[in-house]
Ligand binder design. Structure first.
Ligand SMILES: Cc1cc2nc3c(=O)[nH]c(=O)nc-3n(C[C@H](O)[C@H](O)[C@H](O)COP(=O)(O)OP(=O)(O)OC[C@H]3O[C@@H](n4cnc5c(N)ncnc54)[C@H](O)[C@@H]3O)c2cc1C
Length: 256
């Protein structure tokens, strides 16, 4: 099955045209496709690779033998609600962290020391269930090369509403405009936001795109921003930060 997805509407940064996307409802080998999740970390060009997405078959949560088994197209919000309702700890950080469980696992998404790999037991790909210990992962990076169909989590009792409120509050300094979250990964030396500000690009605009004046590491769409404008800003920031600090910034958002 195929769908036409309008990526301007689908992605959180509101950029991208209409493209055919294969809908996957069975585990298989789809090497020629690039998988998209819920589009919260994507910058889609006018000429993307062949795209696929997981269908509703992979939207489920099962609790079994002290584990949570979650289909990879399940949203972070759904898992958070489930944990709140069933008094399960450790998933409070998913408040305001948008995405599918597959996308979150691939990106090792998280905030500060709370990242999704902390709570993962195993992931399921076409090669079967792979234990976390066998998947190299670091800050916002994993070695996952295949489509994730399912993620199994360890569980502990005790959902903490105060912790959830703390995570919501941590978002107070986030801009309200459409974005893909952080544009760059934080290098070891300084935060990416600090570096963008230091080279004078906080609030800098090209066409309809800007580095937010609220939080410089958010590349925001002010209404009719385009892929090319986003790429120009990304290149400008990388160049200036290389010249002034000799630091190579690496994009956190995924360019397709
Ligand atoms: C307002 C805002 C705030 C954000 N804050 C944070 C934050 O605090 N911390 C953080 O880490 N991120 C943050 N993000 C980014 C985003 O939430 C995460 O990167 C999330 O993991 C994206 O999930 P997704 O399903 O939308 O993936 P997509 O954006 O669709 O895809 C992201 C990547 O994952 C891959 N992928 C998607 N699904 C699968 C799958 N099933 N199997 C294998 N690979 C897959 C894609 O190929 C792509 O490489 C934020 C985004 C927004 C818009």
């Amino acid at each position: 099955m195929q769908k036409i997805i309008d990526f301007k509407k689908y992605t959180s940064i509101n950029i991208g045209g209409k493209h055919k996307v294969k809908v996957i409802n069975n585990i298989g080998d789809y090497k020629k496709y690039t998988i998209v999740g819920r589009g919260n970390n994507l910058l889609v060009s006018n000429n993307p690779p062949l795209l696929a997405m997981l269908g509703d078959e992979f939207d489920y949560i099962i609790q079994k033998n002290g584990k949570l088994i979650v289909g990879a197209s399940t949203s972070s919000g759904k898992l958070l609600s489930y944990c709140r309702k069933n008094d399960i700890a450790n998933f409070e950080f998913l408040a305001k962290l948008p995405g599918s469980i597959g996308g979150l696992a691939k990106m090792n998404a998280g905030l500060k020391q709370w990242e999704i790999f902390n709570y993962i037991y195993s992931i399921k790909t076409v090669d079967g269930n792979i234990l976390k210990e066998n998947i190299p992962h670091t800050y916002r990076h994993t070695d996952i090369k295949n489509i994730v169909y399912e993620v199994t989590f360890d569980t502990q009792k005790g959902f903490d509403r105060e912790k959830q409120n703390m995570f919501v509050k941590m978002r107070d300094n986030q801009p309200n405009l459409p974005s893909a979250g952080s544009c760059f990964k934080n290098p070891k030396e300084h935060s990416a936001g600090y570096l963008i500000e230091k080279v004078g690009l906080k609030g800098h605009t090209i066409g309809g795109m800007a580095f937010s004046s609220v939080h410089a590491n958010f590349l925001v769409n002010m209404g009719d921003g385009t892929f090319d404008e986003a790429i120009k800003l990304i290149s400008l920031a990388k160049q200036k930060i290389k010249d002034e600090f000799n630091i190579n910034l690496e994009e956190e958002l995924i360019i397709l």
